[in-house]
Write a protein that binds this ligand. Structure first.
Ligand code: UDP
Length: 382
């Protein structure tokens, strides 16, 4: 049984749900909590997944505690009724923490996909760092995306036999979707694509950045739009009204800023491919854009994804307005600074993670062997 609730979880579980479904020895049941309503449905549609159960816990403005409680209460009868042999969760949301505790209390083995990411600061990302650590405590099988995430788990005394290094399934999803060459449905995006203009792609949603920091991001975007009138600044805005209220007033009435609704995954991967520079606080985008050779400036002070920072294609720049303007301007104005970051690297996966996950799950059930661990050093970097 796979339980997921947000857009990034849906993208990252999709390759595994598909691979479980295609494996004759396993059967798949999917449960969505609906933590992100529309954005979740959008992804299920792209991957052709129809959830078997929908807990529908989403409500505007509800607290994290109410959300957790609703996942517990919604999931428990489904667990009782279905009695799955294992429960798969992905990542670090409140859905993940609640679902893994609920399964643990019912003595159902928990499989944690994308296990072992750590920022080292329990307050940032909030509440995700804590959610991940909670799930680690109750998981029977840890599917770590990289050797670094495995090392994080071993440093917390997790039994090495319960850890498999799989690569991140987001790269499976990305490579599959980019290969579909899905066109933009919005004519304004088609025009920008046809014009060959420079594109700055922006996404922001992190809870730690809500409020003053996010308003600063909005002001930085305004200044960049005025400084580079030929550049298209494109921001698919997160559904969260707090994000919208902080940013949108700052960028209204600017001809070269295009704020869109959240994009279907296929179109978003096309937009990443089109971008010159990516400015984001997203975890998933930090993993995907380096594979497409895009420089990524991350509006956070720390990251639980150090691999692409070490490879030189991702830079942590925080949320200071001045710094954002400076860092983007440097990449626009200084070709050697740009070239040094614009290299395709794949420290997060090779597109074959789902197969490794399924093999490790089957081994946990006592059937078959694991596949060799994902080894980033074997990746060819352009
Ligand atoms: N994404 C998308 N449409 C958008 C913006 C992002 O499909 O308009 C995808 C993106 O490719 C990535 C995921 O959503 O795979 C990231 O989600 P988000 O930034 O919400 O969450 P995080 O990764 O930070 O947890």
């Amino acid at each position: 049984m796979t339980v997921y609730g947000t857009r990034p979880e849906a993208i990252k579980v999709a390759p595994v749900v598909k691979a479980i479904g295609a494996n004759g020895d396993l059967s798949s049941v999917t449960v969505v909590t609906g933590q992100h309503r529309e954005m979740l449905d959008q992804v299920n549609e792209v991957f052709g997944i129809t959830p078997d159960h929908d807990l529908d816990v989403f409500a505007h403005g509800q607290t994290l505690n109410v959300l957790m409680a609703r996942v517990f209460c919604g999931l428990d009868p489904v667990l009782e009724d279905q009695r799955p042999d294992a429960l798969l969760v992905q990542g670090d949301t409140s859905t993940v923490a609640a679902a893994s505790i609920a399964a643990f209390y019912r003595q159902i083995p928990v499989v944690h996909l994308e296990a072992g990411l750590r920022s080292g600061n329990i307050l940032s990302p909030f509440p995700e760092e804590a959610n991940r650590k909670i799930t680690t405590q109750v998981a029977r099988l840890h599917l770590a995306p990289t050797a670094t995430s495995k090392a994080n788990l071993l440093a917390e005394n997790v039994d090495p036999d319960t850890v498999a290094v799989t690569g991140n399934t987001v790269i499976d999803a990305l490579l599959h979707t980019v290969g579909e060459h899905i066109p933009f449905s919005d004519p304004r995006l088609r025009d920008i694509e046809d014009s060959g203009r420079r594109v700055l792609l922006v996404t922001t949603h992190r809870r730690e950045n809500w409020g003053g920091a996010m308003e600063g991001v909005g002001r930085a975007l305004r200044r960049l739009a005025e400084r580079y009138p030929d550049t298209a600044i494109i921001m698919p805005a997160h559904r969260n009204p707090i994000v919208r209220e902080a940013i949108l007033p700052q960028v209204e009435n600017l001809d070269n800023v295009l704020v869109t609704e959240p994009m279907p995954y296929g179109e978003f991967t096309r937009l990443m491919s089109l971008a010159t520079v990516v400015l984001t606080d997203s975890g998933g985008v930090q993993e995907e854009a380096p594979s497409l050779g895009k420089p990524v400036l991350v509006m956070r002070e720390n990251t639980e994804r150090p691999e692409a920072v070490e490879a030189g294609t991702v830079r942590l720049i925080g949320t200071d307005e001045e710094r954002i303007v400076d860092q983007v301007s440097t990449l626009f104005d200084d070709s050697s600074a740009f070239e040094s970051m614009a290299r395709a690297v794949n420290p997060y996966g090779d597109g074959k993670a789902a197969g490794r996950c399924v093999a490790a799950i089957k081994q946990m059930f006592g059937s078959g062997e694991r596949l060799p661990d994902f080894d980033a050093s074997q990746q060819r970097w352009n």
